[in-house]
Design a binder for this molecule. Structure first.
Ligand code: HEM
Length: 306
């Protein structure tokens, strides 16, 4: 995500001073913001507490550090921008600046931050659930491995071009995001006018939540919904009626194509190269931990080279 948005990546294995600075200025503050947002505060619901809550945020805003980091990045990108050869999303946003509703540099920085916020924890939580599902379902893991091995990649990486030839792996990835929904209530919307939906009257300005968890785990739509079973997505059965992990409508996830690609490349290459087990050989608890997204409680993974 960082490479896509600001053209940088963090090397976690051999951290340089620049990597450490990015972890300190960017990654840690983002994690703080997510756990803050996911915690739920009385000020979110009780109107009379809202002014106090805003004051508290002014004094204790964990996002200030990474806002500053992005303001600096905007200035650096202005300095190095080559309009005929934009390098990353921030360069593209700078080139489109005049078409933005509020064409300020602050808006450019804020949009870049939106992408980082919306794209990092969502993808990493999905990958955490993938590891958990593989530890707990060794037969399924093996079946996907056999499919990927049959591609005969001879030490080269699996790419998006291989996707049409790996239906079981594709189904496995879908099953991870159905069984373990990382955004169980999507993003909140509100009605812009009074509306009657299926005989229910909903007044203007009502907050609406899209209950994806209910859609994905309802016996009305899925056989044995709590079972992890990629077979349900085989034979081009994309279940687009009730399988909508990226939300619905004109404000659905803007990053869904990118996220699907990243998940495929990461998951397929990990499965091809490693057997995923837990260090003690036991199953891992799938109890959820609520942050901005839902992810599993931390657990240990052992990767055995294939
Ligand atoms: C597995 C990964 C991801 C999942 C499951 C996911 C899921 C979602 C969901 C459920 C929504 C709300 C849609 C609705 O209310 O109908 C959403 C919105 C959004 N997502 Fe994602 N997302 C993922 C990755 C990403 C990535 C990688 C990016 C950026 C590159 C991104 C950017 C956004 C943005 C900007 C919105 C708000 C769209 C709007 O309000 O118009 N997401 N996402």
């Amino acid at each position: 995500m960082l490479r896509f948005v600001i053209g940088k990546r963090i090397n976690y294995l051999n951290t340089t001073d620049q990597d450490k600075e990015m972890i300190d200025q960017l990654i840690k503050p983002i994690e703080d913001v997510f756990s803050h947002l996911g915690a739920g505060h009385l000020g979110d619901y009780l109107d009379f507490l809202k002014p106090l809550y805003s004051k508290y945020l002014n004094f204790n805003d964990p996002s200030l550090k990474f806002k500053q980091y992005f303001d600096d990045q905007v200035l650096k990108h202005i300095g190095s921008l080559d309009p005929s050869n934009p390098q990353d999303l921030l360069d593209h946003l700078l080139l489109e600046k005049d078409t933005l509703t509020n064409n300020s540099l602050k808006t450019v920085g804020a949009l870049a931050i939106d992408f980082i916020n919306a794209g990092t924890e969502t993808s990493s939580s999905s990958i955490e659930w993938f590891f958990l599902a593989m530890i707990n379902n060794q037969e399924i893991q093996n079946k996907a491995f056999q499919e990927l091995k049959n591609l005969n990649k001879n030490n080269s990486m699996i790419t998006l071009l291989d996707r049409p030839n790996t239906p079981y792996t594709n189904a496995l990835i879908k099953e991870v995001s159905r069984r373990y929904s990382i955004a169980p209530l999507g993003l909140p919307r509100s009605t812009t006018s009074d509306i009657t939906l299926c005989d229910t009257f909903i007044p203007k300005n009502t907050q609406i939540l899209l209950n994806l968890h209910y859609l994905f785990t309802n016996e009305k739509y899925w056989e044995n919904p709590m079972e992890f079973n990629p077979d349900r997505f085989l034979n081009n059965n994309n279940r687009s009626d009730t399988y909508v992990p990226f939300g619905m409508g004109p404000r659905n996830c803007i990053g869904q194509g990118y996220a699907s690609d990243i998940l495929y490349i990461t998951i397929a290459n990990v499965l091809l190269n490693f057997k995923i087990v837990s260090p003690n050989g036991e199953k891992v608890s799938d109890k959820e931990f609520f942050s901005l997204t839902v992810h599993p409680k931390s657990f240990l993974i052992k990767l055995l080279s294939r």
